[in-house]
Design a protein around this ligand. Structure first.
Ligand SMILES: [Zn+2]
Length: 389
């Protein structure tokens, strides 16, 4: 375990020379406003290393490597690693490979757990994490260290093998496009307004949305001040309940079940003020509703049919359907093709490599150019879609 600056910088030199590093982190997210980085695992083809971010004063050499143009970073299910990079480097990684995504383009099990990928690609059995390991404790237990090293040790070789297979199948471009999409989705997370993710928010009136936004911003600010996770500081369902009731006084508010908690009571006056300010603000200040477009209800049968066609196609190509598209993506495609008269931005299922996989099939189906039969009931891909002549 690397616990001081100088050996850490030497490791970064080694990574810079190699131009490649596998990267994993362990962190604690239950107790803080933002996840606390508790362990950094790095591997090059020469070896695997543990770095203690609680004792190495400055990790900036590593964050710089993560965003340069020369260093390839390999992760498994690396959303949190990308978020750490965004937070500490102030930028997104430039050459990132996620072996979980890559595996989704080679088999049908996306997202596969790390130990399953190691087993599948390398034929090696590794243990799985204890789910509730405390990574903040020191010293870390020998078992924790052992697992932590295993988390990165195999990544360079896994990617080495995956990339050869992807190349053979002419899917290497698909993989790089998906790595970019993963990073882009995380970039968008930051801009997406958090209050829009509150449960039931879609059914709120415009005034209720204004209150929801104000309460959500209030909670986020106080949670950051106290360095606590927002949802732990004040539960989502309580917040939604307050939106629905819009209490005008503390007395009023205390009729809400659960509000009597002492820590909640200390915010009572403030909460009432936040609610009332938002509820009485001018309608022009209220959030732009995101349900303003009258969406005709999508025919359930059509969505099921397309989903079936997509599942069959993914089976034919040995691809993970969960990576290719969701029901929401199918919905988007139907709306675009049938209701929007094919105007505006291309749906996800008709863009990039997805267009090669399924674009034509789905629109041909919608246009009635394809007929469907069962060709081999024993096969994983039992259906045949024939173009009608
Ligand atoms: Zn890990």
């Amino acid at each position: 375990m690397i616990v001081s600056q100088e050996p850490f910088d030497r490791l970064c030199d080694e990574i810079e020379d190699t131009g490649l590093a596998a990267f994993d982190t362990e962190f604690v997210s239950e107790s803080y406003y933002q996840p606390k980085l508790c362990l950094v695992q790095l591997a090059t083809p020469l070896g695997a290393y543990l770095v203690d971010p609680l004792t190495v004063p400055d990790l900036s050499r590593w964050w710089d490597l993560m965003i340069d143009d020369h260093t390839t970073i390999i992760v498994h299910g690396g959303r949190e690693e990308i978020r750490f990079c965004q937070r500490y480097a102030g930028e997104m990684p430039r050459r990132l490979i996620d072996v979980q995504v890559a595996e989704g383009l080679l088999s049908r099990g996306y997202p596969l757990a790390y130990k399953n990928i190691v087993n599948k690609v390398m034929g090696v059995a590794v243990g799985s994490h204890e789910t509730r390991s405390d990574w903040e404790r020191r010293p870390l237990a020998p078992k924790q260290l052992e697992y932590a090293v295993e988390d990165v040790k195999f990544l360079p070789e896994i990617w080495n093998r995956q990339s050869q297979t992807l190349d053979k199948l002419e899917r290497l471009d698909w993989a790089f496009a998906e790595f970019e999409r993963l990073i882009e989705n995380i970039r968008l997370e930051k801009d997406r307004e958090g209050w829009r993710k509150l449960p039931g928010v879609l059914r709120f009136s415009a005034r209720e949305q204004a209150v929801a936004r104000a309460l959500h911003e209030w909670r986020d600010r106080v949670a950051e001040e106290q360095d606590r996770p927002p949802r732990v500081m004040f539960r989502d369902d309580m917040l939604v309940d307050l939106v629905k009731r819009m209490p005008k006084s503390v007395q009023d508010m205390n009729l809400t079940r659960g509000m009597q908690r002492r820590d909640y009571q200390s915010y009572a006056e403030e909460i009432i003020r936040v609610i009332q300010d938002a509820a009485t603000s001018a309608p022009s200040e209220w959030p732009q509703s995101f349900m303003n477009r009258a969406n005709p209800p999508l025919d359930d049968v059509l969505a099921k049919l397309l989903s079936l066609a997509l599942a069959n196609r993914c089976a034919e190509m040995n691809l993970s359907m969960s990576l290719v598209g969701t029901m929401a993506d199918i919905d988007e495609l139907v709306r675009w093709h049938v209701f929007d008269k094919q105007q505006g931005e291309l749906p996800k299922l008709m863009s990039g490599w997805r267009a090669d996989v399924c674009g034509d099939l789905l629109t041909d189906l919608l246009d009635g150019h394809v007929s469907l039969r069962v060709s081999n009931p024993r096969s994983d891909a039992p259906l045949r879609f024939d173009r009608r002549s």
